[in-house]
Design a protein around this ligand. Sequence first.
Ligand code: 3H9
Length: 670
Amino acid sequence: MEHLVTFSVHEDIGIIAINNPPVNALSSGVPEGIKAAVHALEANVSVRAIVVIGGGRTFVAGADINEFREVLAGKGKMPALHPALFAIEDCVKPVVMAIHGTALGGGLELAMAGHYRVATPDAQVGQPEVKIGLIPGAGGTQRLPRLAGVAKAAEMCVFGEPISSEDALAAGIIDQLVEGDLLAGAIAFARNVQVARRTRDRFIAPADISEVRKKLRRNLMAPGAALDAVEAAVTLPFEQGIRHEGEIFERCLHSDQCKALIHAFFAERAVAKIPDIPKDTPVYPIRQAAVIGAGTMGGGIAMALANAGIPVRIRDMEQAALDRGMAAIAGNYKRSLKGGRLTEQGMKERILRITPQLGWDGFDAADIIIEAVFESMAVKKQVFAEIDKIAKRECVLASNTSTLDIDAIAAATSRPEMVIGTHFFSPANVMRLVEIVRGKSTEKPVIATAMALAKSLKKVGVVVRNGFGFVGNRMLFPYMEQAQLLVEEGATPERVDRALTDFGMAMGPLAMADMSGIDVFWRIEQEFPDSAGRAVGIGKLYAAGRLGQKTGAGWYRYDETRKPIPDPEVLALVQNQQRAVSDREIVERCIYALINEGARVLDAGIALRAVDIDVIYLTGYGFPAYRGGPMFYADTVGLEKIHERVLEFGWKPAPLLDRLTGEGKTFGSL
Ligand code: 3H9
């Protein structure tokens, strides 16, 4: 305990340091240590004020989420933060919180219990609890409105986005920014303050938060609950408000959504750990990159690299294709500029980092070359044979293929150990997932490099093994096949899509097929090894020239706003029955098909763990985070039930599903 929190006296200032790496979470022992330190320094007559600071890279990133997991598993008890926070707030000597890195969740709540807050200019503060299905549970919904006003507090607690220390200063959350040494600045600040100013005594002015309420996403529990708690700060005295917050927090904590979101939080971090690739595996530094193909994918990948500060050459074979690609890139950046997500200067810098070209100039200096050409093995082989001649020996050769055999591509080079799949998702400058496909010869430093690159692009890299469609697309085909069959049997496309968006998918499968292109799905259907070819919808649309959004019609019709419009012609073309289909059947057939295939992918070792599949679907396919990903969701429903339904639907259960059901186990137990 004394290691987690230490305190010392520096002339007339007491200093409390929190040392709980990596992020100083308020794990058991930390709040107790803080409370004891405050009491000790309060009793020390030579101390006139106290500074609280975080050791290492950050102030405090919140309560320890591992402990919530324990509580949910019935093994641990809730962290007791209030006693420490009240000890600080009630301290008769001024307490100054010195913030660097992040003060998130319980970290900001701790900071707000202090009488003053100073921060480094690059620090961030926020109440991100909603992202794990919670609300602030240590006074955040009661103290933040007293510092920042009700409207700002509502926004921060409901959407969970952290704000910069500059914004926090403007909002009244922080009292001063400290340039240079934080501790020295905080001590100087502490010497100048006289009174212990309690946050809970501050006046709170009611404000209109109806706009925030309008923006609440249906399906999600925590954001609305956070708003209710913030509202209580206005209507109830502080102590009652705290109690009310506590009750709402408890309700959220024991919800299925919270369990799923906590799973998603740790899953995203678990995928970064590959058992046979230790943390200290050397990586190739990526200082310069090159992309082949200026289409939608190539352009998006180039933008992702440029956004991360990496200069990138982008090559296409024809000037017209290059011009179109660069125009699309400029258009995307202009939209970000208009939306306030980018400054004029930022836009210029990014565009300047992208060099369009027809030839191979500079490719010999690239640290990574990413191929994003047409999805054809013959074309890819040709490209790889060519770059093999040009690229320097230590250059990573990556393919953005979404389905093809990475070993066959690697065999076109003299160095298969340097070849890897980096499957980005469209739009590549936005979507967070990169499926990293290791071939049978890919060397470990190349895999580690791809993982590190994904991280520096602020994306989530998930390592998978080679196999048709890898993890994400392979699972998508049976899902898509069920969606088609449901229409053939009598459901309308909009009914199928709505049932799945009501389930929480970001987009319905049929609208998604229209966006990606019916031709793309048709081509993949031809190649999908396990496809029984039972669904005929995609084939019929393809034959009718309904290729999706790009031709103005697919499963839907489209006007210039690209909004899907139901089209009776599709029913005439595709439907062969008029059976009544329920929403439950739609969801079960599509999602269980996804899960059954997920079990095969897992069994085949293409996905390493169930969490890898979950993260792929959460970050690349719009699976609702509050359901934790398909495999976590399967465990929540119960494998026995899924197994039973799979049999009822007349499908063959994946052997792994058979096995786990027989043993009464879950995917999570693997
Ligand atoms: C809360 O505070 C509730 C209260 O209101 C009320 C309570 C009554 N706990 O993300 P990284 C680990 S809820 C436990 O890779 P980065 C993480 O798992 C909490 N562990 O680094 C990882 O471990 P490993 C509200 C945590 O630099 C390591 O730290 N707070 C926690 O990319 C490094 O993390 C939040 O929701 C935690 N709170 O990002 C903040 N945080 O190395 C959640 C991190 O074994 N955290 N870890 O894989 C974050 O958003 C990011 O981790 C952060 C750093 C921005 C801090």
